[in-house]
Design a protein around this ligand. Sequence first.
Ligand SMILES: [Zn+2]
Length: 415
Amino acid sequence: MQPLTVDTARLQAELDQLATYSSSPAPGVTRVLWSTEDMQARNYVKQLCGEAGLSLREDSLGTLFARWEGSAPELAAVASGSHIDAIPNAGRYDGTVGVLGVIEAIRALQRAGVQPRRSIELIMFTSEEPTRFGLGCLGSRAMAGTLSSEQLLALRDGEGRSLDEVRAAAGYTSDLAHVRLEAGGYSAFVELHIEQGPLLEAAGIPIGVVRAIAAPASLRLTLTGEGGHAGAVLMPQRRDALLAGAEIALAVERAALATGSPDTVATTGVFRVEPGAINSIPSRALLEIDVRDVALEPRNQALAAIESAINAVCKRRGIGWELTTLNADPPAPCASALVGTVEAVCQKLQLPYQVMVSRAYHDSLFMARLCPVTMIFIPCRNGVSHRPDEYAAPDDIGRGVAVLAHTLARLSTGE
Ligand SMILES: [Zn+2]
């Protein structure tokens, strides 16, 4: 293999061009699923894929598969990709680096004369952001089989339009049942992404290799006590919903601290009381609780501790309670062999790297149900993301693409 060079200027120009497909003014980028701008951006990516000689397929949710055919097409392909949708007034690097970066990685491999054995496939996932239908990772969830056709058909956007109606208007009409992929169809999936956090930049390290992806469990708790006049009801007679909620919020903190895992975090981010008057005993309280870890066991341990605290506090205080699990996607460990491959590439390229966890979740979380995954992180300025001033330096992007290209070469040639 000849030396591999990444054309960072061309890639930057393509990232800038992609950012022009936006429904909000620059430097902000807004690209909502199946909007005019989203369709323009998709066409632009398809054009670039076509120019690189990739063969294209789209599934019935619009996830794009662009394949560089290997010499052994009977072997499972190596995949890499991310998303190009953007929440309102976001930046131009979240997701896009992991889409256009794959195209540049493939072009770099082509220039270097690499002939892959396994096919290399770019996957551009539909709707990683939850903007339109309130659920993130729509495309990858459905591919991994965690979202059924029935659940997809029940989705409505903010204007009350069904997913089926909106996707048909965008030209996607085939049966949603075909979206689901078989496990084992890919030998590996590697996602290149900006860190969206400050650690790499602060440490002056250009590459992060992700060993696990955290996922949240979200709970909604309604507490029902008894209201009354703040002056008239004496303390021993009270059933105050707020005080029960306060004890539970403290128990949430204790539950996270007690797992022994430094990665367990738990937050009571919503706490509302009714009737909310200074002279009235709170009769109802609504709490929403987010619990995360990169491993399922400590997260489940924290959840169990929270539930038993709810039970004990409410029993003692005579409070009624109703607990709903809003979602509980399992976190995903990355494949250690793949992490090792990316580490070996960094060592060969003499690039300092840090093995780390992803605290945000990505399409990789769902791809992990289909094949071994890892992610390559690059620094972003001040750790800022989902904002117009999101920024990754061209050289950092170039280093990420170089690591990705070498990783794909190893995985596809079995080198
Ligand atoms: Zn993203």
